[in-house]
Write a protein that binds this ligand. Structure first.
Ligand code: SAH
Ligand code: SF4
Ligand code: F3S
Length: 479
């Protein structure tokens, strides 16, 4: 499924999300999402909250009473995309002045009420922890008052809200397991836009996964900015380190490895994925759980950002290049058929040519299946913006990024060529984009495979023998 591979790329157009219509819904909501999987998952929570308040969703913006854009702030370009999109709403608002336009998500949190002045047609600004307040904010806006709630929470995990599945193929779904992030990587806005880290009650996660499985879903992806630091200690609240837990909290505690095992045990027919893993926190205990259960997919998204330890320290990533390599060695030893992908930043503050070469060298060492590659974009109020100089010239950043992309394309093709001649279990997710006579799904390693439809259906597990490939897709036949 391409979405999974594109999720961190805010440059893709946001998509209109369609809600299964409920009979009594009178008002209509149009919602568009940008940014990461977390935002897509949040839009499902928003749709669920509004469904309880008499809203149906529509894919037709002209007939919407409320138009929401769930926004991303991760790079400057992400925010520009949203601002352009908001401007394009002008024509609809002219035709229908009572239409309410709301900015949700990370950009709402970063720019806050200032957005109301900057983007005149915006009526509502709501941060990621305030979605329960939406019905109230819509009422305020209906009365002609601009409405803002950007309060970040120490507890909110929306654990009790069962998300409405939007744009769903009925086979794969996301489940958020943590919110926020405590890591404070110096380049990153997420700790400011999504607040402090909180882990969600494991029982509510398991119930959601079980419910999805019973409804025919065959794959869940557990989501968090750093899934490895998931830690439930018996109550909702800010993240604590294991060492600081009381004796009582320790008896109730569930870590990521334990949570994964419980989700995997729901059924061998339910595939389990997870994102994002953090090199400083991924444990051998977790890798052994991964190796033990066939239904935990052998794929890890393990961003490294830079292959140079001085730059990693400036980024406050909490590991060195050597440490990263050792984690990759452990992963390949414990989970032999694993596929890896990474996020990489080109041209971070003060990065020299040699340090950039270290990034290419680390890519050569690991040979990732896939990469999400970015040039550094300075974000207001981050530690890097306050303390470091964004001094790598734009053309140098671009050239370094191009070198990283070229190398990654070569590795992606090599990795896919290595899969030719092998057979993989593919979970069918839909009809191939190129031909109605072909189906597509993903291997456990997360590579898209297409094959002739024959008598197979969406939601089936099919063993596919791979006979050829491109850099992005495996081509095969059912055996
Ligand atoms: N929590 C995840 C990353 C979330 S943001 C993690 O720690 O791995 C997704 C990716 O966007 C990051 O991994 C990073 O590669 C990129 N990114 C974040 N801030 C950026 C910035 N200011 N400029 C360029 N890329 C950035
Ligand atoms: Fe941002 Fe770092 Fe947290 Fe990832 S771990 S969301 S890069 S602060
Ligand atoms: Fe973007 Fe916020 Fe996700 S900044 S990447 S939508 S957490």
């Amino acid at each position: 499924m391409e979405e999974i591979k594109k999720v961190f790329d805010e440059s893709i157009q946001g998509s209109a999300l369609i809600l299964e219509p409920s009979a009594d819904g009178k008002k209509k909501l149009y919602i568009e999402s940008y940014g990461c999987q977390m935002n897509f998952s949040d839009s499902e929570i928003v749709a669920s909250i509004l469904a309880d308040n008499g809203f149906n969703t529509t894919k037709n913006i002209e007939e919407a009473d409320v138009v929401f854009v769930n926004t991303c702030s991760i790079r400057e370009k992400a925010e520009l995309t949203v601002r352009n999109r908001l401007k394009s709403f002008n024509k609809y608002k002219k035709q229908k002045p009572e239409m309410i336009i709301g900015v949700l998500g990370c950009m709402a949190e970063r720019v806050k009420s200032q957005l109301l002045d900057e983007e005149k047609l915006v009526d509502i600004v709501v941060g990621p922890d305030a979605y329960r307040d939406l019905p109230n904010l819509i009422n305020q806006a209906d009365e002609g008052k601009k409405a803002v709630n950007v309060i970040l929470s120490k507890e909110e995990t929306y654990a009790d809200i069962s998300p409405v599945r939007l744009l769903s193929n009925g086979v794969t779904a996301f489940i958020s397991i943590t919110r926020g992030c405590d890591n404070m990587c110096t380049f990153c806005v997420v700790p400011f836009t999504r607040g402090r880290e909180r882990s969600r009650n494991p029982e509510s996660i398991l119930n959601e996964a079980k419910d999805l499985f019973e409804r025919g879903y065959r794959e869940v992806t557990l989501l968090g900015q750093n899934v490895d630091s998931y830690l439930w200690y018996g109550q909702e609240g800010l993240k604590k380190e294991y060492e600081t837990l009381t004796a009582e909290e320790k008896t109730k505690c569930v870590n990521f490895a334990q949570l994964m095992e419980q989700v995997a045990l729901i059924s061998p027919l339910l595939r389990v994925r997870f994102s994002t893993s953090h090199p400083k926190d991924i444990t051998d205990e977790f890798l052994h759980v991964m190796a033990k259960y066939d239904n935990i997919c052998n794929y890890i998204h393990l961003p490294f950002q830079s292959g140079n330890s001085r730059i990693l320290e400036l980024m406050n990533r909490g590991y060195t290049s050597e440490w990263y390599k050792q984690r990759v060695d452990a992963i390949k030893r414990i989970v032999p058929d694993v596929a890896l992908s990474a996020d990489i930043i080109a041209g971070f503050c003060s990065e020299t040519e040699e340090e950039h070469q270290d990034t290419l060298a680390l890519m050569e060492y690991v040979k990732f299946d896939y990469g999400y590659m970015f040039s550094y974009s300075e974000r207001p109020n981050t530690l890097a913006q306050r303390k470091l100089k964004d001094d790598v010239p734009e053309d140098v950043k671009k050239r370094r990024l191009a070198e990283i992309i070229t190398l990654q394309n070569k590795h992606s093709l090599e990795r896919n060529q290595g899969y030719v001649g092998k057979t993989f279990q593919v979970l069918v997710e839909g009809v191939s984009k190129k031909s109605a006579d072909e189906l597509q799904g993903r291997t456990p390693q997360n590579t898209v495979a297409v094959f002739p439809k024959e008598h197979y259906n969406i939601g089936d597990y099919v063993n596919i023998h791979i006979h050829s490939c491109t850099g992005g897709t495996l081509i095969g036949k059912a055996v």
